[in-house]
Design a protein around this ligand. Structure first.
Ligand code: SF4
Length: 265
């Protein structure tokens, strides 16, 4: 019986990826994104970024990793972040340390799989959280809105989530504080809406504002994608590949930085 891991799955952005859940078996998040692919965040599970949960890994985590990783020597990523926002778990680094140790003991066909973290960026204004997050080799941080209105509409944050400006500044700080070999990818999910009175984040102003925020953050990688599974809200639907390419070229022109890879998925 597996307790912590999912897959491995072929991921659009990560290649062959083994998912690791460091939270409980229910969703716990600081956001209630309209497009969330694991459903709506229940009222009691929509928590403040100050909220912390202590869930240390049991000895089963190490055993589970060994038993799976032995069979996938071509794995590309061990990816933390299912069931919500993983930085809410105070014991996140205990999981990372075990995964690093297990990964380094095994033989790999190509490069070792990267230790990857998904975060929704809502806790990064806390220095102690940035200290933990920056230890991951690849950080995939969310930024779907380029201004406060689009951020709130798309991500529907808990009322104690910090301002949009503070969040962007915390991403700027994270990038500056990260070790050179680790990479920061900003992931931007752009969607459309069937509902006439709901403005989706696929709007002209938002795209320009996201580009301005990215210019400040200077990530290593920008990932533009859209919904691929059933979204939390019925009125959300994905943008097409042509629109993704258009957004990528708007970003390329406005950001004008050849050190940043811009990819669509
Ligand atoms: S941050 Fe992630 S887990 Fe949380 S509601 Fe948004 S998409 Fe879902």
């Amino acid at each position: 019986m597996r307790q912590y891991t999912y897959g491995p799955f072929q991921s659009r952005r990560l290649g062959l990826s083994l998912g690791v859940n460091v939270l409980a078996h229910y969703k716990l998040c600081t956001y209630n994104c309209v497009y969330c692919e694991i459903g709506l965040t229940k009222k009691d599970n929509l928590v403040s970024p100050n909220y912390r949960i202590q869930l240390p890994p049991s000895p089963n985590f190490r055993k589970e990793l060994f038993s799976i990783l032995n069979f996938v020597p071509h794995l590309n990523s061990i990816t933390f972040g299912y069931n919500g926002e993983p930085t809410l778990n105070e014991n996140l680094l205990d999981f990372l340390n075990i995964a690093t140790e297990v990964r380094n003991k095994l033989n790999w066909t190509n490069e070792k799989p990267k230790l990857t973290l998904f975060t929704n960026s809502s806790t990064l204004h806390f220095e102690e959280i940035r200290e933990r997050v920056k230890k991951f080799e690849l950080i995939l941080a969310k930024l779907d809105g380029g201004n406060s209105d689009d951020f709130k509409r798309s991500n529907r944050p808990h009322h104690e989530v910090t301002t949009f400006e503070t969040m962007v500044n915390s991403l700027v700080k994270l990038k500056q504080e990260m070790p050179e070999n680790n990479k920061l990818a900003i992931q931007i999910l752009i969607y459309n809406s069937y509902k006439e009175d709901f403005i989706p984040n696929n709007n002209f102003k938002n795209i320009l504002d996201v580009a301005q925020a990215l210019k400040k953050i200077k990530p290593d990688i920008i990932q533009i994608y859209s919904t691929a599974r059933i979204p939390a809200e019925y009125f959300v639907f994905s943008i097409d590949d042509e629109r993704k390419r258009e957004i990528a070229s708007i970003f390329k022109e406005l950001i004008n930085d050849d050190n940043i890879d811009i990819n669509i998925y």
